[in-house]
Ligand binder design. Structure first.
Ligand SMILES: NC(=O)C1=CN([C@@H]2O[C@H](COP(=O)(O)OP(=O)(O)OC[C@H]3O[C@@H](n4cnc5c(N)ncnc54)[C@H](O)[C@@H]3O)[C@@H](O)[C@H]2O)C=CC1
Ligand SMILES: CC(C)(CO)C(=O)C(=O)O
Length: 302
């Protein structure tokens, strides 16, 4: 099996390392990462095990055909990556292994073979050739986008699982992507602006803000025709409080880490997507809009 990973950073390089024992993998990444990995290997620490991995990577992609092409850039780069590498897509299954709303819709403009995914594991840079896997909020979910499942989806989920990355198949992956987006809307920007781990967001003043974020986002998800497993915003909030925050309570959000590292966050593709889609449906989203502005303000202060 040949797998190409495009825009490999913390997530993509770690996944490449895990898959490399079970498949032929190539990771397209920045030159400084490729040079560091060529010199010293890729060093993984944390809950997925510790080790040094050697796999091919570089700034440009080798010729196809590829069985799977996994896109693991930040959402802002999805279209750019599709434009640059569309000549390699062919019959490959193109997988979005990203956070945010709208990535699969962009990829669908370039190929009919789109697999969506929802990943809720934490990856933190430690060096240009080193990533720490910090928390695990559940299995990675794969599905045919927007819904359905088939042999190609099952093969990919099985490959991830047999490579040591717990995964499953859902016939409603769009719903899984939205469920994670609601989680990210609630926790990531607030954790970044307040500089605290997720567990602190259970405090009453933060939870009051989260309640409004989720109510707005839930209304937008309904207007978009997304069927979440929870029937109401209140049910989603209970799920977030009781099932999703506890296993990741000590985690500092990736938006916190982006701001600390001087990078732009993905807030425009998370809370910002709720604001844009809310406007399309005539749903007011003042709290999500405020959170987007606060996060950009924080980005500018760094
Ligand atoms: N880090 C985490 O804990 C988690 C991240 N995610 C999601 O996974 C996705 C990737 O996140 P990370 O790996 O953390 O980000 P990252 O910033 O570490 O990696 C993204 C990589 O894409 C590369 N890139 C950007 N534009 C490119 C282009 N035009 N061509 C080629 N490469 C390009 C960058 O150089 C960077 O190395 C995001 O959507 C993120 O929200 C999801 C779950 C957890
Ligand atoms: C690490 C994780 C999965 C939170 O659990 C995340 O999505 C983030 O920080 O953006």
């Amino acid at each position: 099996m040949r797998i190409l990973i495009l825009g490999a950073g913390a997530v993509g390089l770690t996944v490449a390392a895990k898959l490399s024992a079970h498949a032929e993998v190539y990771a397209v990444c920045r030159k400084r990462y490729a040079d560091a990995i060529a010199a010293n290997g890729f060093v993984m620490t944390g809950i997925w095990g510790e080790g040094t991995y050697h796999f091919p990577c570089g700034e440009s992609a080798p010729a196809g055909p590829w069985d799977y092409i996994i896109i693991s850039t930040k959402s802002a780069a999805t279209r750019e990556v599709c434009e640059r590498y569309r000549h390699l897509f062919g019959d490959a299954e193109v997988v979005s292994l990203q956070n945010g709303i709208g990535n699969e819709e962009v990829i669908r403009e370039y190929t009919r073979h789109v697999i969506g995914a929802m990943i809720i594991t934490g990856f933190e840079w430690r060096a240009e050739n080193a990533v720490h896997v910090s928390v695990d909020g559940g299995e990675t979910v794969f599905g045919r986008f927007p819904d359905g499942s088939d042999a190609a989806v099952r093969t990919l989920a099985d490959l991830f699982s047999s490579s040591g990355m717990r995964s499953c198949v859902s016939s409603a992956v769009r719903s899984a992507v939205w469920s994670k987006a609601l989680y990210s809307c609630s926790l990531n920007p607030l954790g970044a602006v307040m500089e605290c781990p997720y567990g602190d967001l259970l405090r009453v003043p933060a939870w009051n803000i989260i309640t409004e974020i989720v109510r707005e986002a839930f209304a937008v998800s309904k207007a978009e025709g997304v069927e979440l497993p929870q029937k109401s915003a209140e049910e989603y909030l209970e799920f977030l409080r009781n099932e999703k925050i506890p296993p990741t309570a000590g985690h500092y959000s990736s938006m916190y880490q982006d701001i600390a590292g001087g990078r732009m966050t993905e807030v425009d593709y998370i809370n910002g997507a709720i604001v844009r889609l809310g406007a399309k449906h005539g749903i007011a989203t003042p709290v999500n809009r405020t959170i987007v502005n606060l996060t950009h303000f924080k980005e500018e202060l760094r």
